[in-house]
Write a protein that binds this ligand. Sequence first.
Ligand SMILES: [Fe+2]
Length: 293
Amino acid sequence: MHNWNTKYPRRFDLDANDDYLKWRDEKLAAYPRNVGELVVELGNMTAITPTEKAAIMDRVERANMCVVTAGTAPLEMDSLLALGRQLGVSHTDKSTRHAQSDELTDSGILNRAIPFSTRHVNWHTDATYYGSHRTIEALFLLCRRPALEGGSNKVLDNEILYIHLRDRNPDALRVLTSKACFNYRDPATGEIHPECGGKVFWTNPDGHLCHRFSFRKTDMAWADDADIAAARGVLEAMIAAEGPHIIEGRLESGMGLVSNNVLHTREKLVDSDDPAHKRLLYRARFYDRVTPA
Ligand SMILES: [Fe+2]
């Protein structure tokens, strides 16, 4: 364990360069170089051993995510929730959403919202529409059936994006960490909800970095502010450029993702016409965070 949160508590403080620079160098040196380094094979996702838990926490500290296998556990939502409980996360947002929205499949629900289709999904963190006061800090996935073709994910640790911004454009980062940058806009009515707004980057009470971003336009109401517009341009260009720290992989049947709501895409896919064989991933989102001890 690196214990960065204890060692460098001010690493996300723009006025504390010492902590930041030491943490940055250690973080970049430890960051996984490919999806293989993220994988931890579990004997049974619903009953992990201390060694398996330590291996997951190692990946989460280094990259805010880990790719796991279900082992002998059944490929169902309850297995994902059981894994979450063992990793300290249990407060889901299920009660606030459509009953089927935790099953990512080409169902066409929610007015054919893009996660429930076969289309490409651009870079985002999940649940930006809750605002920064009710952040989804952890996002878990479990694949029951992959697509016939495609449907892989690109992922990027939010902390790596933070490092790139801080090194290359600290002025933009200062705006993104200090101003209320975007609110939720109801796509149906156009009504803007400032109570579902907030910053792009901030830290939670335990000192961990939180992030909310999406390229999606329909429900994003960016503030009418020249500094925010400029910072948004810097941020979007940096994400779109997809630097060397992007990791890409496809979850096959029995594979899952544990993450602290890292930035991700979903590549477009070709699905089966047979509903019984369509791509199906279970998704769990938590208000808590997977926190290495
Ligand atoms: Fe997502």
